[in-house]
Design a protein around this ligand. Structure first.
Ligand SMILES: Cc1cc2nc3c(=O)[nH]c(=O)nc-3n(C[C@H](O)[C@H](O)[C@H](O)COP(=O)(O)O)c2cc1C
Length: 353
């Protein structure tokens, strides 16, 4: 039976504890997708996590769906990330970079001049996306061609190589939250009649091609992947999610990936279903408290537990859990605003005292 404070082997790394910081978009980068220096301070403050997973990072110009999100496809972006990895490592922490492509969730506002978002099929997501000028309706995407799929797979592999070159311990593929990879997985965003649509195997093809390419680029022990089964965010409908994710986790077994990360956002018992069919390191997240995290570990339903919002407002979350100390509340109004306010200014325990 493991606890929050037991070490854990992930790939070649030894994590100090089993408390993982969730990937969280904070929209502090500049218009070129370059992280400013204070981003290193934000992650440095949180380096007592067993593992930090960074905010979702764009793998190409067409991937960008949110204001001020960072990229990892230009030399300037790579150099902007380097101090982040250095700062976390200087404190003995470990850090993976999350990689994504937003597909149909991208708004033309964020894409190169004149570009239309791409997606498995030309199906507009119902709903709206955040911009500094308020919420905006999603647009109808263009169906991605097979040649563009191949290029996108290469973009993920190049991004993974760049992240490791920038000093990161590994990369996490964002296959959750209704972005491009999950758009391929679902029946309501993917209407394709070719080898990328239809059966579970076909819908999962893009996921496995991307993962294989990332593994080839940086090694299996440096690659993790995040899923959010049946989470409806960004207009996802997964009618056959049980079959789909069971198939995926079975097929991921035996590959020696760093970890699989599952957010149970629907409370349907995804960890009970999926933990037993995967043979590697399993991270569980979404809506956890200290107690519910401990329970998942105690029951063998997770090897590590992932906290999001609590890490935004508590840079020293592991210490607070250990001492049973009170937690700071997060301020939602500064989740995505530029600058350091609501970002690097949450007090650690000694400062609070
Ligand atoms: C401000 C904010 C930004 C987020 N951005 C991302 C992201 O970039 N990638 C991702 O996989 N999940 C993202 N999430 C979801 C979190 O990773 C996590 O799954 C979610 O917050 C649930 O965990 P929690 O209840 O501990 O916060 C974000 C959540 C928040 C609050």
């Amino acid at each position: 039976m493991s606890t929050l404070f037991d070490p854990l082997k992930v790939g070649e790394l030894e994590l100090d504890n089993r408390i993982v910081m969730a990937p969280m978009t904070r929209s502090r980068a500049d218009d070129r997708g370059v992280q400013p220096p204070f981003v290193a301070e934000y992650y440095r403050q949180r380096s007592s996590a067993g593992l930090i997973i960074t905010e979702a990072t764009n793998v190409s110009p067409l991937a960008k769906g949110y204001v001020r999100t960072p990229g990892i496809y230009t030399p300037e972006q790579l150099e902007g990330w380097r101090p982040v990895a250095e700062a976390v490592h200087a404190r003995g922490g470990k850090v993976f970079m999350q990689l994504f492509h937003t597909g149909r969730i991208a708004l033309p506002d964020f894409l190169p001049e004149g570009a239309q978002p791409v997606a498995p099929s030309a199906v507009r997501a119902k709903g709206q996306n955040y911009t500094d000028g308020g919420m905006k309706e999603f647009v109808t995407p263009r169906e991605i061609t097979v040649e563009e799929i191949r290029q996108t797979v290469r973009d993920f592999a190049d991004a993974a190589a760049n992240a490791v070159e920038a000093g990161f311990d590994g990369v996490e593929l964002h296959a959750a939250s209704g972005y491009l990879v999950q758009q391929f997985l679902t029946t309501n965003a993917n209407l394709r009649a070719d080898e990328y649509g239809g059966s579970v195997e076909n819908r999962a093809r893009f996921l496995f091609e991307v993962l294989d390419a990332m593994v080839e680029a940086v090694g299996a022990g440096r690659v993790g992947v995040k899923f959010s089964p049946r989470m409806p965010f960004n207009d996802i409908e997964e009618r056959d999610a049980d079959e789909l994710y069971t198939y995926i986790l079975r097929r991921l077994s035996g590959r020696g990936l760093a970890y699989v990360h599952v957010g149970d956002f629907t409370g349907e018992g995804w960890h009970e279903l999926l933990r037993p069919v995967y043979d590697g390191v399993y991270f569980a997240g979404a809506g956890l408290t200290k107690e519910s995290g401990e329970e998942l570990l105690a029951k063998g339903l997770a090897d590590a537990v992932v906290y999001g919002t609590k890490f935004i407002s508590n840079p020293d979350l592991p210490k607070r859990f250990k001492l049973g100390a009170p937690l700071n509340d997060p301020d939602q109004t500064t989740f995505y605003t530029p600058g350091e306010r609501g970002y690097t200014d949450y007090p650690a325990l000694s400062q609070a005292a």
